[in-house]
Design a protein around this ligand. Sequence first.
Ligand code: F6R
Length: 616
Amino acid sequence: MCGIVGYVGQRGSLEVLLGGLKRLEYRGYDSAGVAVLAPSGELGTAKKAGKLGNLTDELRAHPVTDGHTGIGHTRWATHGGPTDENAHPHLGDGGKLALIHNGIIENFSELKAELIERGHSFSSETDTEIAALLVGDAYRETHDLTAAMLAVVNRLEGAFTLLAVHANEPDVVVGARRNSPLVVGLGEGENFLGSDVAAFVAYTKQAMEIGQDQLVTIRPGSVDVVDFAGSPVESRRFEVDWDASAADKGGWSSFMAKEISEEPDAVANTIRGRVVDGLVQIPEMEGLDDETLRSIDRILIIACGTAAYAGMVGKYAIEQWARIPVDVELAHEFRYREPVLSPNTLVVSISQSGETMDTLMAVKYARERGARTLSICNTQGATIPRESDAIVYTHAGPEVAVASTKAFVAQITACYLFGLQLAQARETLSTDAVRALVADLQKVPDQLREVLKSGDRIAELAHWMADTRSVLFLGRHVGYPIALEGALKLKELAYIHAEGFAAGELKHGPIALIEPGQIVFVIVPSPRDERSLHAKVVSNIQEIRARGARVIAIAEAGDVAVLPHADEVIRIPLASPFFEPLLAVVPLHFFGMELAAAKGLDVDQPRNLAKSVTVE
Ligand code: F6R
């Protein structure tokens, strides 16, 4: 939510800032803006509502003098609508200071009253302008941008990353963070700041974390970090493990199309390096050794949206294999009901971005109450893994499309690996059984490559359904979260009413929605499943067909029993029942994307959304 980039060095700052904003645009696209310091010390700003293209048009129409220092912002609106006036940067110190912000300043009303009392007037409805005016006033006293920022940050409540430049300090960008993301890119004679490494990975892969309540001052040849009390701190450096081309469209029509095509690699890369002699060994899990894993008596998975559905799939597998109770809870509900936690509770967070505020706050809450925490995360240097006892990184690579696809299959894969490691430690599965499951899991990437071949047929179906107003999704057992995921993708991408149901729940109410022509996707369990779920779901199909539904079944190869009952069957290869969700979800990801495309919508940047939800 809101993307932030800062630069000092020898390059033209506009090129760096606009390139960074392009890569960060998935974080918000309500408006964009830049502030650059010309070598003469003149501060030039430009900002425009709408997507980044509007800002570049504005810069063509009204150029600013470029220099080698600047800040850039792409906004997801919170305080104040998506207008030119509310776009960042905002100005202080009589127009000599420019400031950008990601987050929400919660005590903004009282600070605004104080500024009005001091004689300030406002040109926007944002909370950010308050921070710009406060830092500007502080600068008039301190004549030092770092000191001015330090004087203000302790007065702000809520979540914020702030970046500021001042005309009197042409080689300086100052950043501060509390509960919102900020990383440093370390160059030769140049340095960068970004909401995430995508902001600068085209220039450097050397990065540095900025911790909670820390302030960073970058100059071309130095990076200084202090805490909010002003004391110097040591920061962890890391190397970005992907390069800029991984975050390019690379000839695909959309990032989403590219990312769906990368789902097999996301699974393969998440498994890679974690299987030794046929058994699971996750190196980063040192924070939770086998003895600790044996002492855990309950697991609580917390996440939001698609990540929570990955957690639901994980629940079925972990509980089955490790014989430990597992619950899944939406992170934003978790900490407001005083959950019962103990040192034997393991709270597992799942987050692609590692920055989702609801999930971050839930992890902190769990830790403060003595629970152990494990983060399943896709983004190096992100906040949630830093706040956790142990990490299992998913290796899906950068996910740029706002709707999550490849990260979802990687998250499920990480849950499987964790579940198997837990089962090994607790000896709830025999070594042979673990080896057999690992071998099956290792087959999934190739099976996914097979499933991708059904893309053309799904595109045909989607185009045929472009006018559909409602689609239902049914699944059972591990197919249920996949039904929820299919429905979410359709809502967020194609703006169509869509609902996912547990197939068994149908007769308890939702079947009343079925009327002639209603399209229903059904994820059909394997006929090999010993719990006879297949027969039950086929009965459900017959019930809805009898009432006029048009059924598109996702069923495994060789399942002939489903044929007479479905209008269309999408085939997935034979897999272990626990791994079927990885295969069944790909056609639904395709379908959401293709239906949105058929309606002429932007599949990478759906309306009202942003990729990284860094506000509560
Ligand atoms: C849906 C989607 C969202 C995210 C959710 C959590 O396609 O992308 O529902 O899954 O906002 O985000 P992360 O995983 O970054 O915590």
